[in-house]
Structures are given as structure tokens and as C-alpha cells.
Write a protein that binds this ligand. Structure first.
Ligand code: GSH
Length: 206
């Protein structure tokens, strides 16, 4: 299986964490985002949405990191994607929250503080966008922190796809100026994720 990806991408790391944990070998096909390779016809023929990561499994092509995580987890059953319907539904619920709320909030910090000034060289961050993002973060990080006050991992007693979906952006809190310092339960949970062999094995090389 091939993973078309830009290696520092947190969305790609979600997939790599799952693949590593399950012992699934992925051939990495680099897509140079700063060089706009994802906007070229060759890549758009693969994924018209113009985004990485994209999984290619023979003639099956699948974009969207959370869908790819589930696809891999269904190929090789494990505790990452629990078989119990309620536990699985809880993981699924956090995957939805990740896409609908968490990623979209963190994405504002990542774009304004990293991609816009450093990659696209489009000037200073938009302060009004950052003010709105800080407000969203207070709400969503508060939810995650409150949940993790009661749980070592997001669902159940060990890591699941929910942890692997939510954790990769924490690598960028400093660079992206994402104000997560007040959230001690999140920080301690992230420490547990960083201690996992899969986390160490998928550390992006800048
Ligand atoms: N919802 C998508 C988001 C993917 C995404 O935002 N990918 C970024 C890199 S991390 C990208 O390809 N950006 C290029 C662009 O938006 O032009 C997923 O979870 O896979």
C-alpha cells in the first residue's frame, strides 16, 4: 500500500501511527506541498480534493486521514478500533469531533502561524482570525481536558484511533503558537502518547 503524503503533516502521522501499531508496511510517496505538487493535474487525478494524505491500495484510492485510519484498522482487527459496538461508537464519536471541531480550530493556528508566513510567505498572521481561534480553542481544549481528567486514554484503557487522531497536532503547539499550556490533563495524556513506540517511530524528520 502506498501513502501519498507530506511527511511533516499531522494528518499523515495519524495514518502512520496506525500502520506502525498494526505492523502494516506503507510505501511513502512524498508530495511536496510547499512546491504546490498537490495542485498539479497528476495529483488531482488521484485526489480531486487536492489534499494529502491519500492511501492507494491497488486500484482503491482513499483520501481523508480518519477514513484511512479506519480502513487500515478494519483490515487488521485490534484494540485500536474496538469490536464492542459501544466502545467503537465512542471512538467514532471522537473521530467526528476531531474533524468537525478540533482540527478546524487547530488548523487556524497552523495556517496563520506556520503555513501563511513561513511556507506561503504571504505575510503576517491575521490577528482577528487568531482571536476567534483562541476562543474556539478555550471551548474545545476545555472539553478534551475535562474528559482526560477522568481517563488515561480517550476511549477505554489503551490507545485507540481516537488518540491517534487527536495527538499529532500537539507536535506543532510551539511552532503554531497554540495556547495549550493551561490544560494539564491534555499535557499528561500527550506524554503517554509520546511514550508509545509508534509515536517514536513516526517522528517527522524536518
Ligand atoms: N480532512 C483532511 C484534511 C487534510 C489536510 O488538511 N491536508 C493538508 C496537509 S496536513 C493539505 O493537504 N493541505 C493542502 C491544501 O489544503 O491546499 C484529512 O483529515 O485528511
Amino acid at each position: 500500500m502506498k501513502l501519498h503524503t507530506f511527511p511533516p503533516s499531522p494528518n499523515s502521522r495519524k495514518v502512520e501511527l496506525v500502520a506502525h501499531t498494526l505492523g502494516i508496511k506503507l510505501e511513502i510517496v512524498p508530495v511536496n506541498l510547499p512546491a504546490q505538487e498537490h495542485c498539479q493535474p497528476v495529483f488531482l487525478a488521484l485526489n480531486p480534493k487536492g489534499m494529502i494524505p491519500v492511501l492507494q491500495d491497488g486500484d482503491f484510492v482513499l483520501p481523508e486521514s480518519n477514513a484511512i485510519m479506519v480502513y487500515l484498522a478494519e483490515k487488521k482487527p485490534s484494540a485500536l478500533w474496538p469490536s464492542d459496538p459501544r466502545a467503537r461508537a465512542e471512538v467514532h464519536s471522537w473521530l467526528c469531533w476531531d474533524l468537525a471541531h478540533w482540527q478546524s480550530t487547530i488548523g487556524i493556528f497552523m495556517f496563520q502561524n506556520i503555513v501563511k508566513p513561513l511556507v506561503l510567505k504571504q505575510g503576517e498572521p491575521d490577528e482577528a482570525m487568531l482571536v476567534a481561534a483562541r476562543e474556539l480553542l478555550r471551548r474545545h481544549a476545555g472539553v478534551l481536558d475535562g474528559h482526560l481528567a477522568q481517563h488515561d486514554y480517550v476511549v477505554g484503557p489503551q490507545p485507540t484511533l481516537a488518540d491517534f487522531a487527536l495527538a499529532p497536532v500537539f507536535n506543532f503547539t510551539e511552532m503554531g503558537k497554540i495556547p495549550v499550556e493551561p490544560y494539564g490533563h491534555i499535557r499528561r495524556w500527550f506524554g503517554r502518547i509520546q511514550a508509545l513506540p509508534a509515536w517514536k517511530a513516526t517522528e517527522p524528520k524536518f
